[in-house]
Design a protein around this ligand. Structure first.
Ligand SMILES: [Fe+2]
Length: 350
């Protein structure tokens, strides 16, 4: 084990000891691979040094973080370029989505700990990337062809592209939109179709999918009120990912839903808003609480989520590592939330 000053720490190194703050709170757990954002976090908490495993070689381990960030920057540049009526680079977008699809084909959980990180200024762009990840995972679990999965990935990352032409006063309005403002907001579907149709080298079906991402299974959506199988399968997938991701993000006007609350909301809307068969695949394929996420329980205990996915991950087995404002627990113990119905997650810590 090596003791390193923060300035010597590099992404990809593995923590050999828990990082514990002066007040006893655990900041990072032993065994975690250092990511760029962890270094920022260590700096923010003024941690002077950490212990890492010896024998570090810069590796592929942080690849997923780079791909996620590339996707974020690419869609940000495209959306800002379109807002300013500038030329945009579709080839880079295709390459980025390709990279994400390839990694998800190898390991569908690879990006799951990166999704849901929200910074209010970049909400729109992070949302596009997360919707893309959830949609591609669902399409993979549905066993769709690789061509279809690529198409879904592109349509998902571009699904809100029409918002580039929505006035910022409406887009960023804190609080409820007036009926007139909502009518303007709804136009982002048709606008999105128009924009995608003008981008070179994209299949026209992508424009159609973008246009349909607010259509609902029972015909109450917009812009056309299409019903059930008249809506493209890709749009039915993206609409679930879109709502799930929007609910689990902090917004200016409300606190986010916990992932299990969002999943419960989606299931309650099943068969009205969403295709029930796609919904089943979505819930089965998304880890509501990804492995290793640190959560606060209503009992005041702080715990690490153990591996599980799908419906089971709404009430996962967790390993309690400390108590709120308390010292670390030397012998972590497990709680199965499924067999302890009065215990639930109230916050996600990291
Ligand atoms: Fe939308």
């Amino acid at each position: 084990m090596l003791k390193l000053a923060l300035s010597e720490v590099m992404p990809g190194m593995k923590l050999a000891q828990d990082v514990v703050l002066d007040d006893g709170r655990i900041l990072l757990l032993k065994g975690f691979t250092i990511k760029p954002r962890y270094i920022q976090k260590l700096e923010a908490y003024k941690v002077p040094y950490i212990y890492v495993d010896e024998g570090f070689f810069a590796s592929e381990e942080v690849n997923e973080e780079r791909i996620y960030e590339d996707a974020f920057h690419t869609i940000k540049e495209i959306m800002e370029g379109i807002r300013m009526d500038e030329h945009v680079d579709v080839d880079t977008l295709k390459q980025t989505v390709n990279d994400m699809v390839q990694h998800i084909m190898n390991d569908d959980m690879i990006f799951m700990t990166l999704t849901g990180i929200r910074d209010i200024d970049n909400y729109t762009f992070l949302h596009c990337v997360d919707v893309c990840i959830y949609s591609v995972i669902t399409a993979k679990v549905m066993n769709l062809s690789e061509d279809d999965i690529h198409e879904i990935g592109l349509a998902a990352i571009l699904h809100d592209i029409g918002k580039c032409k929505t006035p910022l006063s409406i887009l960023n309005k804190p609080g409820k939109l007036t009926p007139d403002e909502f009518e303007v907001m709804k136009r982002h579907t048709l606008k999105g179709m128009e924009i995608v149709n003008q981008l070179p080298g994209l299949n026209p079906r992508i424009a159609k999918i973008v246009c349909q991402h607010h259509e609902k299974w029972d015909g109450t959506g917009y812009p056309f009120g299409l019903k059930s199988f008249d809506i493209e399968l890709a749009a039915r997938i993206i609409s679930i990912a879109d709502v799930y991701d929007a609910l689990t993000a902090n917004r200016v006007y409300r606190k986010r839903f916990m992932p299990h609350e969002a999943a419960e909301y989606l299931m309650a809307q099943n068969e009205t808003q969403f295709d029930p068969k796609v919904m089943k695949y979505f819930i089965d394929s998304i880890a509501v609480y990804p492995q290793d996420v640190i959560v606060l329980l209503n009992t005041g205990e702080i715990a690490r989520v153990l591996p599980c996915r799908g419906i089971r991950s709404m009430r996962p087995v967790v390993s309690v590592i400390t108590r709120k404002d308390g010292p670390p627990i030397l012998e972590p113990y497990e709680i199965d939330l499924r067999s302890n119905p009065t215990v639930f997650v109230v916050d996600i810590i990291s």
